[in-house]
Ligand binder design. Structure first.
Ligand code: NCD
Ligand code: ZN
Length: 346
């Protein structure tokens, strides 16, 4: 197979930033994806429906009028999120979910949840109105090894949560471990997971084996090779619980280069091409459509898109840098060859 045409996929986990930075990156996603779940970790965070609608307008204002890209907005869950705000999300046609960041877990998570017990009333309300909860699934406890943060989150927070609120629907975002894959696979239909291109392609050696590579630093961290293989197996399986979420998270090159390095990898410039390369290497291009365009839409109750994209087997060189407001960012796989190319619409 040298070309593949798919329903235009959905990116169910995307960071677009704001202002000039937003305008530099949003086109990369809109070319490749029909819709995207937009993460709310701006500074200050997007905490109510009104702010989400404003942010949505700013996103669309960066795109040409005839673009069909649809931003699916989310709110940032805080200790102060009210049940009324949950109800407003349920009533909104543009806001789809709440994002749970444990306070201090990752980029712009200072306003995150300090204790799950503080948000139980909001979570119960979400379950009641069928608003999904999107989880940054890592604990931040000082005694927990950073490579175990996801596994321990599942044991301490996620498993009890699903028991306590038996109708809450959750997405464990950017899963990185065999433990997470197992937990999601064994769970009921209320739980699903997104998988990023970088966690499918790289293990932690890519971050640490030849000096420290800040461009491979993201959270949750890259893990051992056996975990990467478990993610690939889940992604290509066709299992409806696993779907595409890039976690594309742009940072200025200078903010990655000097300590403390910002966590986040920008991959929107080549995301679907890189996923296609992973599936192709496993002889599994036939399941890419399910992972990229069907499974996520089904979880979120969205219709299958009528737009299509075509990819061609044609090596191209990913740029070393991309413009990012007044400086540059270093994209994922910078200066490397990508074996699949997006056929641009005429
Ligand atoms: C994300 C960012 O930069 O906003 N960073 C990351 O490493 N993934 C935040 C997040 O999703 O954790
Ligand atoms: Zn993210």
């Amino acid at each position: 197979m040298n070309t593949i045409t798919l329903p235009k996929p959905d990116d169910l986990h995307l960071h677009l930033r704001d202002g000039e930075e937003l305008s530099c990156v949003v086109g990369d996603s809109a070319r490749r994806f029909a819709r995207a779940i937009i993460m709310p970790n701006l500074t200050p965070p997007v905490v109510n429906v009104e702010q989400a609608l404003d942010y949505r307008r700013r996103i669309l204002a960066c795109l040409p009028d005839d673009t069909e890209f649809e931003p699916l907005m989310t709110l940032y869950l805080t200790d102060n999120t009210s049940k009324d705000e949950v109800q407003r999300v349920a009533d909104s046609a543009a806001v789809y979910a709440f994002k749970y960041y444990p306070a201090g877990a990752t980029t712009n998570s200072d306003s995150g949840v300090t204790d799950i017990n503080k948000v139980m009333p909001a979570l119960e309300q979400m379950a009641q109105c069928d608003v999904p909860l999107l989880l940054h699934g890592e604990v931040t406890a000082a005694e927990v090894d950073v490579f175990d943060r996801e596994k321990v989150f599942i044991e301490r927070i996620l498993a009890p949560l699903l028991e306590n609120i038996d109708t809450l629907r959750v997405v464990l975002e950017h899963v990185t471990t065999a433990d997470a894959v197992q937990f999601v696979t064994d769970g009921d239909d209320r739980i699903a997971a997104t998988i990023t291109p970088h966690h499918l392609m790289l293990n932690r050696n890519a971050m640490l084996a030849q000096g420290i590579n800040p461009h491979h630093y993201c959270l949750p961290l890259l893990k051992r090779e056996r975990h990467r293989q478990a993610l690939v197996t889940a992604a290509i399986s066709g299992n409806p619980k696993f779907f595409l979420g890039t976690d594309s998270a742009p940072h200025h090159a200078h903010a990655k280069a000097a300590p403390p390095c910002c966590a986040g990898i920008y991959n929107a410039h080549a995301a679907i091409e890189l996923y296609a390369s992973v599936f192709d290497a496993m002889d599994s291009l036939h399941t890419l459509e399910r992972f990229a365009a069907r499974n996520g839409a089904r979880f979120y109750g969205l219709p299958l898109t009528t737009q299509t994209i075509t990819l061609r087997r044609e090596p191209w060189r990913i740029p070393a840098t991309l413009r990012f407001a007044d400086t540059v960012l270093v994209p994922f796989q910078a200066a490397q060859t990508c074996p699949w190319k997006l056929v641009e619409a005429p």
